[in-house]
Write a protein that binds this ligand. Sequence first.
Ligand code: CUA
Length: 175
Amino acid sequence: MGQRLPRAALQRDDPLNGLRVDPYEKGWMIASGIILVLFLLAIGLSAYHGFVLPGHEETLETRPEAGAPRFPEPAVVQKGPGRYDVYMRAQIWAFVPNEIKIPAGSTLTFYLTSADVLHGLLIERTNVNLMALPGQVTKSTARFDQPGEFRFFCHEYCGLGHQIMWGKIIVEPRS
Ligand code: CUA
């Protein structure tokens, strides 16, 4: 047992009030401080050089004087037997198109952009997981072999109607 001092004396002599920080813990406190600084630098750099999403395909010209952006109207375009391009627009609070019908065994390539704020696209039971930002097109591909319904959702909070922002892909059995 250490020597007992009055509380006032403890506070005056030792700002940590006798609290000993384990060197291992101190090391991690310093490391997490450094990591925070690195993250801040990364945010600063990406804000300066332009923010690019994972799965980035192209950047649209969104300046008003440049005219209409090159992204086509939302559509499902057949590119060949069992191959489709899906041009999808996310907007508050819907996907356009929000229902896609394809035969089983089809491969879909999604091109996604946003008309307003940050949205996301997650298709259940696939690897499609994209973010949508105005002015950027992100791309992902999935193959649908099993007939059935695959719902897709917005997974980036985008305002009051976020939870109603969804749609479905209907995969029909091959005739
Ligand atoms: Cu769109 Cu959440």
